[in-house]
Design a protein around this ligand. Structure first.
Ligand code: PAF
Length: 283
């Protein structure tokens, strides 16, 4: 496992491998790796000859009052973890390396979808994500890239970007990894107190309850939504949004669901000061 800090040296390292026809897998992360990232790395190692894990805390996807400064940082441990799973390189550039002139003047946007759901509460977030992910794709020239489905809107927007802009890369979605209690793994779970962590299980429990109700015949959008909201509120969580949306275009459903509708429920909620997201597909 080698840690590479400059764009030029990553390119120089990968170029001969690419010339030999080796396939490159990229796992973009912001560090503080956990088993959710582990699942992405394992998929890449399984599919590709060479796996690069990027560890870059991307400032342009954080709002002014968000947790950029307190986001956990532990590069050595991350590199050991990635290496133990078979990754070959960790690409860990500095902010100056990625953005030598400060915030880039050119950014990638999806003006239609970036303002929905998470984007409605995190202004500029998805523009920052799409911009850094584009840079990572262009720097690495990877053949495959791996993203977790916990960030459902993020992976949807990345897939759209790849299609819209003809990036020559295959995007792989990897299912959410949960701990034994059902909590979706996230680097931000580290912020939770023991009590908040217990109460935060209301998110996954509420999602499961809504799916069970759907499978048992409940097709009313507001009834299904209320099941999730109630679970969170009863456990003293603060709901930011619970939305029942179309997997194919992320548009909200209303009224009564049809049997052919492809449904995903997206949630964001606070437990204490920690904002958590989660989701569940019904079919
Ligand atoms: O999901 C994340 O960790 C980040 O949004 C990503 C995709 C690495 C871009 O900074």
């Amino acid at each position: 496992m080698q840690i590479i800090k400059s764009i030029e040296s990553l390119r120089e390292t990968l170029k001969p491998l690419q010339r030999e026809g080796k396939t490159i897998g990229l796992v973009p992360t912001m560090g503080a790796l956990h088993d959710g990232h582990g699942a992405l790395i394992k998929e890449s190692v399984k599919d590709c000859d060479v796996t690069v894990v990027s560890v870059f805390l991307n400032p342009i996807q954080f709002g002014r009052n968000e947790d950029l400064d307190k986001y956990p940082k532990r590069l050595e441990a991350d590199a050991n973890f990635a290496g133990s799973l078979g990754a070959d390189y960790v690409f860990a550039p500095s902010v100056a390396e990625m953005y030598p002139d400060g915030d880039p003047l050119t950014m990638v946007r999806n003006e239609t979808l970036e303002c929905l759901y998470c984007g409605a509460y995190r202004s500029g977030h998805f523009r920052g994500v799409l911009t850094v992910v584009s840079k990572l794709f262009l720097i690495s020239k990877a053949d495959h890239a791996y993203f977790g489905e916990k960030d459902y809107q993020q992976v949807f927007l990345i897939e759209h970007m790849v299609k819209d802009l003809n990036f020559d890369i295959k995007i792989h979605r990897v299912p959410i990894v949960r701990d034994a209690t059902g909590l979706a793994l996230s680097s931000r779970n580290e912020y939770l107190t023991d009590d908040e962590r217990k109460r935060a299980l209301a998110i996954s429990a509420g999602l499961k309850e809504a799916k069970d109700a759907y499978l048992a015949g409940e097709k009313g959008v507001s009834k299904l939504r209320d099941i999730v909201v109630k679970s969170i509120v009863l456990n003293r969580g603060q709901v930011q949004f619970v939305e029942i949306v179309n997997q194919h275009n992320l548009q909200k459903f209303s009224g009564v669901l049809k049997p052919t509708d492809k449904i995903v429920v997206l949630v964001a909620a606070f437990f204490g000061k920690t904002r958590l997201i989660d989701n569940i597909e019904f079919n």
